[in-house]
Design a protein around this ligand. Structure first.
Ligand code: NAD
Length: 422
């Protein structure tokens, strides 16, 4: 049965479904179980009236999609972006299901989104919107039900406001409802760095497999936000040269290596890279086609497409972002055979792994050192990498399909074993 509801008319959702179908074909899944595993379990749409600074009331739209609830509480970030759609959020929720399952976390998958450009709001407006969103999804979330986290356009301050709103409703401090919080409110050491650090861990590990040392590694990163800047810093500290970075305002290229600390200080002061003079200004399109060892898309979906996949001049793509490569581009990259692709569900899994650690620490009220967090993180990443590469060999398929085969098969098995209620 096709997913006929028009809310699913989104290229990103169709992209996630196509990826699912490729993996499900390999697994030879029974049609009933296949459809049950594929469909989002619950999609919530909320309208949020918010009083703006000028006294007017503005209505914002928000979503929470819980794709899978069969393997534990759902887990997934909240995105604040002007182009968010329900279909996109459903795709991101689906990827969360496979990612959590792939790395062995006791979670289902979810995602949230609010249609807003957060840069256009004052701090007060942002706080009122964040609290209102939490208020509206409150019946559907909780430490044992669904645990949100930050994503594009949200940060630890927003997580703090949301946690406070939830806790006020419960009548007590309940930090396990959300991850990515400030340390002072039960956040985990290492969570802020975790996704980028994990991306860098995979890049280093696969480069080692390829026999490429740090001093021969040049890196280009699209999206200099949380994930992109932390991955850049980890690879820079390892000894790689960061030759290109970008954000929504455009990119900067410096073949001699960008002064990363200066770039980060510029973003801290100006909120974006515009006006940064540490290299030649280029467009995001040009950036993706730069000659480099590693290309890290760390912004939004569908930036590597059939238009540029044939023109890429990198040896490796490390997907910091979710869904950056279209199905058509995947095919071209596979046919080219000269690019190692580390797929999103594996590559950026460090974020949800340390979110899981944060949740565990909250539930136990026992907090770990940063060393303990990273030690446990690296061990989980290494295990996931080994199982994906073994599956890739077993089915003679792409690394993305191997990762999805693992993630999807575990969710499907759990559903089959649970049976149907009633
Ligand atoms: P962020 O908001 O901190 O940063 C996003 C960056 O992308 C910003 O620098 C922004 O300017 C840039 N950007 C936005 N639109 C762009 C465009 N059209 N072209 C170029 N750059 C653009 O978000 P983030 O948390 O770093 O998330 C980035 C990606 O990583 C997303 O795909 C997200 O789903 C994924 N991800 C995030 C986490 C996490 O822990 N934050 C975990 C896993 C995956």
């Amino acid at each position: 049965m096709a997913l006929t509801n028009t809310i699913y008319n989104s290229t990103v959702f169709q992209q996630a479904c196509k990826q699912f179908d490729i993996a499900a074909d390999i697994l030879g899944m029974d049609p009933g179980l296949r459809e049950r595993t594929k469909r989002p379990r619950r999609c919530v749409i909320v309208s949020m009236p918010v009083r703006m600074d000028n006294g007017q009331i503005e209505i914002f739209e928000g979503y929470r999609v819980q794709h899978n609830l069969s393997t534990g509480p759902a887990k997934g970030g909240i995105r604040f972006h002007q182009d968010v759609t329900l279909g996109e959020v459903a795709a991101l929720a689906m990827w969360m299901s496979w990612k959590c399952s792939l790395v062995g976390l006791p979670y289902g998958g979810a995602k949230g989104g609010v249609v807003v450009d957060p840069r256009g709001l004052s701090k007060g407006e942002l706080e009122r919107l964040s609290r209102r969103y939490m208020q509206e999804i409150l019946p559907f979330i909780g430490p044992n039900v669904d645990i949100p986290a930050p994503d594009v356009g949200t940060n630890e301050q927003i997580m703090a406001w949301m946690m406070d709103t939830y806790s006020n409703h419960q009548g007590h401090y309940d930090p396990g409802v959300i991850t990515g919080k400030p340390i002072a409110l039960g956040g985990s050491l290492g969570r802020k760095e975790a996704t980028g650090e994990g991306v860098a861990w995979f890049v280093k590990s696969y480069l080692q497999d390829m026999g490429i040392p740090p001093e021969k590694t040049s890196v280009v990163i699209q999206g200099f936000g949380n994930v992109g800047s932390e991955a850049a810093l980890a690879l820079y500290n390892w000894g790689a040269e960061i030759i290109g970075i970008s954000d929504y305002t455009g990119g900067v290229y410096n073949p001699k290596g960008i002064d990363l600390k200066a770039a980060m200080a510029h973003v801290e002061a100006h909120k974006n890279l515009q006006g940064f003079t540490g290299g030649e200004a280029i467009t995001n399109e040009q950036l993706l086609e730069l000659e480099c060892t590693v290309l890290i898309p760390a912004a939004l979906e569908r930036v590597i497409t059939e238009k540029n996949a044939g023109k890429l001049k990198c040896r490796m793509i490390a997907e910091g972002a979710n869904g950056p490569t279209t199905n058509a581009a995947d095919k071209i990259i596979e046919e080219r055979g000269d690019i190692e692709l580390i797929p999103d569900v594996l590559c950026n899994s460090g974020g949800v792994i340390v979110s899981y650690f944060e949740w565990l620490q909250n539930l136990q009220n026992y907090y770990w050192t940063k060393g303990e967090v990273f030690d446990k993180l690296y061990r989980m990443l290494a295990k996931a990498k080994a199982s994906v590469d073994e599956t890739k060999k077993k089915y003679n398929c792409s690394r993305r399909t191997a990762a999805l085969v693992l993630g999807i098969s575990r969710v499907a098995e759990a559903k089959a074993k649970r049976g149907l209620f009633p």
